[in-house]
Ligand binder design. Structure first.
Ligand code: ZN
Length: 260
């Protein structure tokens, strides 16, 4: 079993080819026991190096490529079926709760722009008072995992302010200042941006960097059978723990689609 996988960011990496070859994940791995950021670490350090033929540093993948690769490895090894607990239906105007089997291939992916260079500019014209241009980049998965545990972004209750940490790890230049550390960016945001401008900054980053897998896909409504109902499935640990029903449905669909 092996399949070719195309990265979103073609030609962006020095040491990673545009196409990877996906094979089997280890039969038994720590994936069954870990969660949260530890889960991503296990994927990056143990599972992906075993499942991908090419020897690359998975830490260097852009987060958008990492998420797409994880979905591809999941589907190749466990099939596309996944169990979620909520289906949202516009026709019914409500959400349904239960256990629903959905198809991960219905999650769409927004490609990167044609002349993608991974440098996004937020002009000073977008702010109310702030008077500098801000430049940011799509983060690598390594940066995001670092941001998630950076104590400089700890809140009073001990949790990390992941939203702010993420933004500070993405920004590379503020006005004429480049090569700033995430902590220096944080200081600039806290001292130089008004509350309104901080909101505008978050919005601008969200709007201009909205690429890669969507947060959910399409499913059939269990109540009215509308095929355009939606489910949410952020890439998380449960992703790699399919239920027996998910696997049996996959087996069944493979059997019926194999020509006799
Ligand atoms: Zn419905």
């Amino acid at each position: 079993m092996s399949m070719k996988f195309q990265l979103l960011s073609k030609g962006q990496y020095k040491n990673i080819p545009d196409k990877l070859t996906i094979g089997r994940i280890p039969t038994v791995s720590e994936l069954d026991y870990v969660s949260g950021d530890e889960f991503d670490r296990t994927l990056i350090d143990v599972v992906l190096p075993a499942a991908v033929e090419e020897k690359i540093n998975f830490n260097d993948l852009l987060e958008v490529d990492y998420q797409l690769l994880c979905r591809a490895v999941r589907i190749a090894n466990f099939g596309p079926y996944h169990t979620v607990n909520v289906i949202l239906c516009d026709s019914c105007g409500t959400s349904h709760r239960g256990e629903y089997q959905v198809d991960l291939t219905t999650i769409e992916c927004v490609p990167l722009p044609d002349k993608f260079t991974n440098e996004f500019k937020i002009s000073k014209d977008e702010f109310v008072d702030f008077n500098s241009t801000i430049i940011f980049k799509l983060p690598t998965i390594q940066k995001i995992l670092n941001a998630h545990k950076d104590k400089a972004f700890q809140l009073a209750d001990g949790r990390i302010n992941r939203e702010l940490a993420r933004i500070c790890y993405m920004i590379s230049e503020v006005g004429s200042a480049s090569g700033l550390t995430p902590v220096e960016i944080k200081l600039k945001i806290e001292t130089e941006l008004s509350a309104a401008d901080y909101k505008l900054l978050k919005g601008a980053i969200q709007d201009s960097a909205d690429f890669g897998l969507r947060a959910g896909g399409r499913a059939t409504c269990p109540e009215c059978a509308d095929p355009n109902a939606a489910f949410i499935s952020i890439s998380e640990d449960r992703y790699f723990r399919p239920t027996l029903d998910n696997l049996r449905k996959w087996k069944q669909s493979r059997t019926t689609s194999t020509p006799k």
